[in-house]
Design a protein around this ligand. Structure first.
Ligand SMILES: [Zn+2]
Length: 167
């Protein structure tokens, strides 16, 4: 387990009341969406708090998950059904891998548009995701569109023509 998750679990174990109180004090309800929005410090839109011991910055939605459901399995992310990073409403959170997040984004058509220019490079990470998506039945076309590359670039990558060694 990484030290951030360790710090979160310890904070929840030893200071659950402090955690609940902080969440109450630093959130507001968004009546239209039901999101519980974090109003405290944030990094890239995600609420962040510092744990007590050790003192480490951790993401609030992850802390909320552990508070309500217990430890998060290794390598798993806490994701938002509502696509709202500052939201810490437990009912809007779910556990998943980065691949689950990608599938969720494609299902909702919210892949970042900035990455959609035609000859965007395929990173190793994207190829890994693309392979996973292919295995789960997404068409090459839909994956290529969402990753912002041409279908031939994607096809070459998937068949390994230029990407030998990318697992
Ligand atoms: Zn929400």
């Amino acid at each position: 387990m990484n030290r951030y998750d360790e710090a979160i679990e310890r904070m929840v174990r030893e200071h659950a009341e402090v955690v609940r109180e902080r969440i109450e004090r630093h959130t507001v309800w968004e009546p239209n969406t039901g999101c519980l929005l974090w109003t405290g410090a944030n990094v890239f839109g995600y609420g962040v708090v510092t744990t007590t011991a050790p003192r480490l910055p951790v993401r609030v939605h992850r802390l909320v998950w552990v508070l309500n459901h217990g430890p998060i399995p290794e390598g798993i992310d806490v994701l938002h059904h509502c696509d709202t990073p500052p939201c810490v409403n437990d009912a809007h959170l779910f556990l998943g891998t980065q691949l689950d997040n990608m599938r969720d984004m494609i299902a909702k058509d919210r892949y970042p548009r900035g990455e959609r220019h035609h000859n965007a490079k395929l990173t190793v990470e994207k190829i890994g995701l693309a392979r996973g998506l292919r295995l789960q039945g997404f068409s090459q076309h839909s994956i290529a569109v969402r990753l912002g590359v041409s279908q031939s670039t994607l096809s070459n990558a998937l068949t390994g023509a230029h990407w030998k060694g990318v697992a």
